[in-house]
Structures are given as C-alpha cells and as structure tokens.
Design a protein around this ligand. Structure first.
Ligand code: FES
Length: 120
C-alpha cells in the first residue's frame, strides 16, 4: 500500500494501491497537522516541500504555478492542488499558520473536503 509521510509532524497515512489521492484531503482526514486555509490554491498556507516521491505527483495546476512560481522548481507544491499515486515524503515550515481549528469556517471547509473521495 502506498503511503504519504508527513515528516514535520511525524505522521504517515496509507491509501489503496492504484489510486491517486489529494494530499490535503489525506492530511485533513488523518489529522496530520498540515496547516491550510482556502483549499483552493489561493492562500499558499498548505505549501509543502516534497522530499521524496516527486515522480508520483500530478503536474502542477494553473493556480499552483501562479502561487508558487519559481518555488515549484525547488520542490514546493500546494497540498490542496496536488495528487499522488505513489509513496511520498513531505515537510513544511512549522511556522506556517492555517485556519483557526475552532472556527466555524474551518469546520465548514473541513466537512466539505471530507465529503469528497480521497482519489480522483
Ligand atoms: S489551502 Fe490555500 S492554497 Fe492550498
């Protein structure tokens, strides 16, 4: 079974082989502590550095290219815009701040994210 290792919080999640899963959705579902706000490629708070497994990722989408620019070439991606179909290891800056987890907006967006399937 392929897995995503969220190194910053020392968490690992698995998913069924043959699937392509959204990295942020996996992070939210398994509560790994990856910060996020918009879930739509606009804010950049879910920026991750891909340490291993970049070859398993889908191509960057337009919003991701616009938001990250040259950081893409340094190995950064936006978790909400990224799908993986193999083993992956990512980190992020622990200083990155997401939505207040006690807020109504966080609960609403989280519910919306988790209503969709992990895979494409
Ligand atoms: S959560 Fe805002 S860009 Fe991904």
């Amino acid at each position: 079974m392929p897995c995503i290792r969220f190194e910053t919080t020392d968490r690992t999640t698995e998913y069924p082989a043959g699937e392509s899963v959204n990295v942020l959705r996996m992070a939210i579902r398994h509560e790994v502590g990856l910060p996020w706000k918009c879930g739509s490629g606009r804010c950049g708070t879910d920026r991750i550095l891909v340490k291993e497994g970049a070859d398993h990722l889908d191509a960057p989408r337009r919003r991701e290219r616009e938001r990250l620019g040259p950081l893409l070439d340094e190995g950064y991606r936006l978790a909400c815009q990224t799908y993986t179909s193999g083993d992956l290891v990512v980190t992020w800056d622990p200083e990155q701040k997401g939505l207040d987890e006690g807020s109504e907006l966080h609960a609403k967006l989280k519910e919306r994210w988790l209503a969709a399937p992990d895979s494409t």
